[in-house]
Structure formats: structure tokens, C-alpha cells
Design a binder for this molecule. Structure first.
Ligand code: DAK
Length: 254
């Protein structure tokens, strides 16, 4: 695949590793190309139920875009067009399988934007979150301004984006930026446990559950409620659901 992205399949779980530890897993051109490929390969693999995204090395999930690659653009119009055509972060939105970010160390800028594009964030104590973009003369440009506000609310999002101040793992947990905290040394164990738990549930129910919950971020309540009914209706006669109900009844008779 690529040196900078590792894809390993362990039973039902695809483990994708950002693999530039000497550069704090900073996102370079090669990574922007290889990461969508790895995500789509995991999506296409029928054995894979859940994807876990993590960073190599001891120091970072990812310190954001590779600053050493920052260069002038040909023109604003050409840059905008290139961004529309090559929206690498958009690959996350095409994945119907759950994606868990396992975060340790620095999770900054584009690194935080990748984490926000995942469905579940698990942080190891000591992790540090932040948007250094405004200090670098730009704004978060890989979905960060939109996803952070939906995740933690407008006021907290504006605080993080405008100040660039960093947030600890504990604070990230308090404000809902991450949903689980892991002790130092137990990050992957915790993330894999969450992945296994999800993988133990019927596959279509998980797919529809993700679709329904994510719809709440982009649809008015009435449309979201309709989607929920539609998806639930499709599941009502599934073999998995009926099998579970029959097993339950049999067990209660004994
Ligand atoms: N880029 C490249 N190299 C980086 C890096 C980065 N973002 N962050 C760290 N490194 C490298 C350092 O250069 C150093 O390499 P050597 O000098 O050893 O070769 C090594 O990682 C260790 O870093 P430090 O020596 O600096 O370690 P410290 O503990 O002193 O500091 C730090 C760690 C993470 C606080 C610091 O390195 C730092 O502030 N890094 C920069 C953080 C940052 O500003 N990130 C960029 C945010 S802006 C786009 C979409 C999105 C974006 C851009 C474009 N498109 C679709 C095109 C997003 C933009 C951003 O993410």
C-alpha cells in the first residue's frame, strides 16, 4: 500500500496506522492519497466489521498537516478546484462501517480533523488536542470548523478554533470531544474492546444505526425521524433479529 499508512486485518477489525512517527505522523501528500485507499480497502473487505485508526510511535496520533510541505498555491481558484476534486478527508464519509480513532499524544490540526471524521474517539490520558491553524495563518480546512461545532457546541468550538489553546484528554472527555478515556498503556486494548463489542452485534443493525445517528447532524428532526422509521422497518424481519427473538423466548421457557 504505502510506507506512511499501514493496513492490517485482525479477524473482524481493520487496523489502519498513520505511520510517520519521526514526523509525529504529520499528514503529507502521500498520506492524503494512501489513507482514503486504506479506508476504501477496509470498507470493501467483507471480513471487516470495524475500522480502528491509530498513530505509530509514542508521541502523537498526528500533529496535523506536514508544515514542511506548505507552499504557495498556483491561484486561489485552482486551489479551491483542487480541494473540491481531491477531498481526501471526504473518504471517511463514504465508509459505512464504524471507525474508531485511538488517540495518544498530540492530536492537532488535521490530526484532530481526522479524529473528528471518525465515529468514536478513544483517548489515552496525556493526549493533547488543539487547532493550531489560526496561529499558522489559516483555518482548519479538512472539515474541522464544521465537525468540531457539531461535536462540542458553538461556544467551545469557537474557543478552540480562535485561540488555538490545547485541551487535555480529561477535558476532551468532559466536553464530549472523546467518548472514552484509557489509562496510559491501555489505549489499543480499550479501542479494540470497543471494536469487538460493536463487531459482536448484527452487521446490518450496526450499519443502519450509524447511518441513522449521523443523519441527525445533517437533517431536520422530522426528516431524521422518518429515516429512523425507514431503517428500523427494514430490520424488523431480518433473520438476525428474528433469530435473536426466538432464542430469547426459548431461553425464558427453560
Ligand atoms: N509537520 C511536519 N513535521 C512535524 C510536524 C508537522 N505538523 N509536527 C512535528 N513535526 C516533526 C518536527 O519537525 C520534528 O522533526 P525533526 O526536526 O526531528 O526532523 C519532529 O516532528 C518532532 O517534533 P518537535 O521536535 O517539534 O517536538 P516537540 O515535542 O518540541 O513539539 C509539537 C511537538 C507537535 C507541539 C510541535 O512539533 C508542533 O507544534 N508541530 C506543529 C503542529 C502544527 O502546527 N500542525 C499543523 C496544523 S495546520 C489541507 C487540509 C488540512 C490542513 C491543511 C491542508 N488540505 C486538504 C490541503 C490542516 C492544516 C493543519 O493541520
Amino acid at each position: 500500500m504505502s510506507e506512511v499508512i499501514k493496513l492490517e486485518i485482525h479477524s473482524q477489525i481493520a487496523l489502519i496506522t498513520l505511520n510517520r512517527p519521526s514526523a509525529m505522523n504529520a499528514i503529507n501528500h502521500e498520506m492524503r492519497k494512501a489513507l482514503p485507499e486504506a479506508l476504501l480497502a477496509a470498507q470493501a473487505n467483507p471480513a471487516v466489521r470495524v475500522i480502528v485508526l491509530c498513530g505509530a510511535g509514542d508521541r502523537a496520533f498526528s500533529a496535523g498537516a506536514d508544515i514542511k510541505e506548505f507552499a504557495p498555491v498556483e491561484s486561489q481558484a485552482a486551489y479551491r478546484q483542487a480541494r473540491l476534486e481531491n477531498n481526501w478527508i471526504g473518504a471517511f464519509d463514504r465508509i459505512t462501517k464504524p471507525i474508531i480513532a485511538a488517540i495518544h499524544g498530540y492530536c492537532l490540526g488535521g490530526g484532530l480533523e481526522m479524529a473528528l471524521a471518525c465515529d468514536i474517539r478513544v483517548a489515552q490520558k496525556g493526549a493533547v488536542f488543539g487547532f493550531p491553524e489560526t496561529g499558522n495563518g489559516i483555518i482548519p480546512g479538512a472539515g474541522g470548523t464544521q465537525r468540531i461545532a457539531r461535536m462540542i457546541g458553538l461556544g467551545r468550538a469557537l474557543d478552540m478554533v480562535l485561540t488555538g489553546d490545547r485541551v487535555t484528554a480529561e477535558r476532551a472527555y468532559e466536553i464530549g470531544l472523546v467518548s472514552r478515556l484509557a489509562d496510559v498503556g491501555s489505549l489499543m486494548e480499550t479501542a479494540l474492546q470497543v471494536a469487538e463489542r460493536i463487531g459482536s452485534h448484527p452487521e446490518t443493525a450496526i450499519k443502519f444505526a450509524k447511518e441513522a445517528v449521523l443523519a441527525s447532524a445533517s437533517s431536520p428532526l422530522a426528516a431524521g425521524l422518518l429515516k429512523e422509521i425507514d431503517l428500523l422497518s427494514l430490520l424488523m424481519n431480518s433473520n438476525e433479529r428474528l433469530g435473536i427473538a426466538i432464542d430469547f423466548k426459548e431461553k425464558s421457557k427453560k
